[in-house]
Write a protein that binds this ligand. Structure first.
Ligand SMILES: NC(=O)c1ccc[n+]([C@@H]2O[C@H](COP(=O)([O-])OP(=O)(O)OC[C@H]3O[C@@H](n4cnc5c(N)ncnc54)[C@H](O)[C@@H]3O)[C@@H](O)[C@H]2O)c1
Length: 251
């Protein structure tokens, strides 16, 4: 993807930054001119990504913490404001997927699913959106999934439930924040070729890809492009929207 400078001068917090999709989002947002605050669970991975970007001349800081913990998120938000300036964008990409038949989903599985997919987005918005409202400037991109819109194809009702809840959060907060010029949207990816599919055989990947109208899996770059659009002023009249990037697997 070419440098577009669509996000020049913006400070953006990105969670789930070292995941299969998050890494590409980090790179594409940086190419688009954003100053980045990167968050994920594993310190080594966050430090490596931050160093990679800064070595390439990009402006980036990073930290490892659980984005579902509000004290830790608030501390990272404060650090971001101090080191990179007021936050203009928040991408809540952190998430967790686990294929499991309904009867086998334990209370722990359910809690972790809700924590990593919903609470991370909820806490991120609670930390950052009030300051955006004061400044009357900001854009949030949450991460839904086709599973949250029409149910999980592979067994995983807890994942679908968590992603459905992200959609409810996105639309409700859009109603509260948009009158203050703060936009709240989500991307809803279809099957994307990432680490999550890493264990799959080529045939399994081809079978999942065949469910899209293009007959292939999506690329992390194609999700990152949607994030750039939703963060940038190109989408200035878009809020409460669930941007489907799914190759037509759900129409
Ligand atoms: N890959 C797909 O096909 C697909 C499809 C639909 C939606 N999604 C969504 O896109 C997002 C990225 O997916 P991915 O494929 O890159 O997954 P991934 O597992 O590779 O990356 C997710 C990242 O989130 C981080 N994370 C999880 N819980 C966290 C927490 N509590 N605090 C901080 N970080 C946390 C993980 O450490 C990981 O690096 C997720 O929200 C996922 O549900 C992915």
């Amino acid at each position: 993807m070419n440098d577009t400078h669509l996000l020049e001068g913006m400070t953006v917090i990105l969670t789930g930054a070292t995941g299969g999709i998050g890494r590409r989002i980090a790179s594409v947002l940086a190419d688009s001119g954003a100053r980045l605050a990167l968050a994920d669970l594993e310190r080594d991975a966050v430090e490596e990504l931050t160093e990679e970007l800064t070595a390439a001349g990009r402006s980036a800081i990073g930290d490892a913490f659980d984005a579902a913990k509000s004290d830790d998120f608030d501390a990272f938000h404060r650090r971001t404001r101090n080191e990179l300036g007021e936050v203009d964008g928040l991408v809540n990409c952190a998430g967790h997927w686990q294929p499991k038949p309904f009867a086998e989903i334990s209370p722990h599985d359910l809690t972790r699913m809700m924590t990593d997919n919903l609470t991370t987005a909820f806490v991120g918005c609670q930390s950052v959106v009030p300051a955006m409202i004061v400044r009357r400037r900001g854009s949030v991109v949450n991460f839904a999934s086709t599973a949250g819109e029409y149910g999980s194809i592979t067994p995983g009702a807890h994942y679908a439930a968590a992603k459905g809840a992200v959609i409810g959060l996105t639309k409700s907060l859009a109603r509260e924040a948009s009158p203050h010029n703060v936009r709240i949207n989500a991307v809803s990816p279809g099957p994307i070729d990432t680490f999550a599919l890493g264990a799959a055989t080529p045939q399994q990947k081809a079978d999942v890809g065949a469910r899209t109208l293009f007959g292939r899996l999506g690329e992390p770059d194609e999700i990152a492009a949607g994030c750039v659009y939703l963060l940038s002023s190109m989408s200035s009249f878009v809020t409460g929207h669930i941007l489907r990037i799914n190759g037509g697997s759900l129409l």
